[in-house]
Write a protein that binds this ligand. Structure first.
Ligand code: SF4
Length: 361
C-alpha cells in the first residue's frame, strides 16, 4: 500500500472530509453503535438496495438478530423471513452461512483481517474493506458502485470496471486516495458523494468539492463514465406457477431447493405447463381441480435473466387426500400467515389472490 504522501497526491481525502463534515449523512442506523457485525449486515443489504429501503429492514433484522451469534443460531427460514422483500436472497443465505462459520471457527467475532474476511461466503474485497474501515478505522480501500463512479470521473478512467484490467486500475486509484487518518469518515464521505452529488444521472458538479480537480468535468465526459457494460441480450425464461387453493381458502406452498432462484424460500408449485395441471393434482394432492383459471402474466427481472411468470389459480374440488404437510409443503393461510420467507413476486400473487377473494364476498 502506498504511503501517506502519495495517498494525498490528489488532495482528494482532505477535500472530501471537509465536505463530509458539513454535508455527510451521520444519522443512519448502522452509523450508531458501530460494530463490524452491524456494518457487515448494512453493507450486504445496501449492495442491491436503496438506503431508504434498507433502513427499515436493518432495524428489524437487528431486533431479530442483535448479535452475530443470534444470526448464526437462527433457523434459515427465520433469516429468510426477515429478508423477505429485499430480493437477491443469496445475500441472506451467505450472511447466515458466514455467521455459522464465524461462530464455529473464528470465536464468534468477525475477524479484523482482510484475508480472513474475504474467505467468508458473500464477502468480497470491497465489503471487507468497508467493514474494516468503517468499523475499525483500518486503512482499507473500498470500491462499491458509488465509489467506482466517483473515481471513474475524477480520474477519467475509461473501460468497463467489470474487466480485470480496468478493475485493477480502479483498485490502484482507490488505494492511493485512501488516507491514513479518519479512514472511516473518508470511506463514508466518498460513498455519500457518489450517492448524493456525483450521481449516475444529473451529477451536481457545481456543488462538488472535487469540481475543478475532476478530469471528467474538465474533459466534458462526465455522462460517459463509468463506461457501461457491453450490451448483450438478456435471456428470458418462463414458469407456470400454480395457486392451489383448498376449499377453506388456504394455498399450497412448496419449499424450494436451497440454491438457484429463490433458493430456500417458500414458493408456489412450478408446473410444466397448464395442460399438465390435472395430472399434477391427481399425482400430488389426490383430488381433482374444480376450476383452472389463468391469470395475467407477470415479468420479473433477475440480474441475469427475465422470468415470465404465468400464474394459474386452481381451486381444488375437496380437501386433498394427501395433505402434504411437513418440511416440503405448507398450506398457507392468508389471514394468519406463517412466518416464512417468500419471494416478493410470489408474495404479491398471494396478496392479489387474497384481495380478489375478498372482492368476491
Ligand atoms: S465534479 Fe462532477 S463528475 Fe467530478 S466528481 Fe464532482 S460531481 Fe462527479
Amino acid at each position: 500500500m502506498s504511503g501517506p504522501g502519495e495517498s494525498d497526491r490528489f488532495g482528494i481525502a482532505p477535500a472530501l472530509l471537509q465536505w463530509w463534515d458539513v454535508n455527510g449523512r451521520k444519522d443512519l442506523p448502522w452509523q450508531q453503535d458501530v460494530t463490524p457485525y452491524r456494518v457487515w449486515v448494512s453493507e450486504i443489504m445496501l449492495q442491491q438496495t436503496q438506503v431508504a429501503t434498507v433502513v427499515g429492514y436493518f432495524d428489524r433484522f437487528m431486533q431479530a438478530f442483535p448479535r452475530l451469534v443470534d444470526l448464526a443460531d437462527a433457523e434459515t427460514d427465520h433469516v429468510l423471513h426477515q429478508w423477505s422483500g429485499l430480493g437477491y436472497y443469496a445475500r441472506a443465505r451467505n450472511l447466515h452461512r458466514s455467521a455459522g462459520i464465524v461462530r464455529d471457527t473464528m470465536g464468534g467475532e468477525l475477524p479484523a483481517d482482510i484475508d480472513q474476511l474475504v474467505s467468508l461466503p458473500g464477502i468480497g474485497r470491497s465489503t471487507a474493506g468497508a467493514i474494516l474501515s468503517l468499523a475499525l478505522n483500518q486503512r482499507q480501500p473500498i470500491l462499491d458502485g458509488n465509489v467506482k463512479r466517483v473515481l471513474a470521473r475524477i480520474f477519467a478512467i475509461e473501460g468497463w470496471p467489470g474487466s480485470s484490467r480496468v478493475a485493477k486500475l480502479f483498485w490502484d486509484h482507490a488505494e492511493r486516495c485512501t488516507p491514513d487518518q479518519r479512514v472511516a469518515h473518508y470511506t463514508q464521505a466518498i460513498m455519500d458523494l457518489g450517492a448524493s452529488v456525483c450521481t449516475r444521472s444529473k451529477p451536481q458538479c457545481c456543488q462538488c468539492p472535487m469540481s475543478g480537480a475532476c478530469a471528467a468535468e474538465r474533459l466534458g465526459i462526465v455522462g460517459d463514465l463509468p463506461t457501461r457494460r457491453p450490451r448483450r441480450e438478456r435471456p428470458k425464461r418462463a414458469a407456470v406457477l400454480g395457486l392451489m387453493v383448498r376449499p377453506d381458502g388456504t394455498i399450497l406452498l412448496e419449499k424450494r431447493a436451497g440454491f438457484g432462484i429463490w433458493g430456500g424460500l417458500w414458493g408456489l408449485p412450478e408446473i410444466d405447463c397448464i395442460d399438465a395441471i390435472p395430472d399434477w393434482c391427481a399425482h400430488h394432492v389426490g383430488v381433482a381441480a374444480k376450476s383452472i383459471q389463468s391469470q395475467a402474466t407477470v415479468l420479473h427481472r433477475f440480474t441475469h435473466f427475465d422470468l415470465e411468470i404465468q400464474p394459474v389459480t386452481v381451486r381444488l374440488d375437496k380437501d386433498p387426500e394427501r395433505m402434504m404437510d411437513g418440511d416440503q409443503w405448507l398450506w398457507y393461510n392468508i389471514r394468519q400467515p406463517a412466518r416464512v420467507g417468500i419471494a416478493a413476486p410470489v408474495s404479491r400473487l398471494i396478496t392479489e389472490f387474497g384481495e380478489s377473494v375478498w372482492d368476491e364476498k
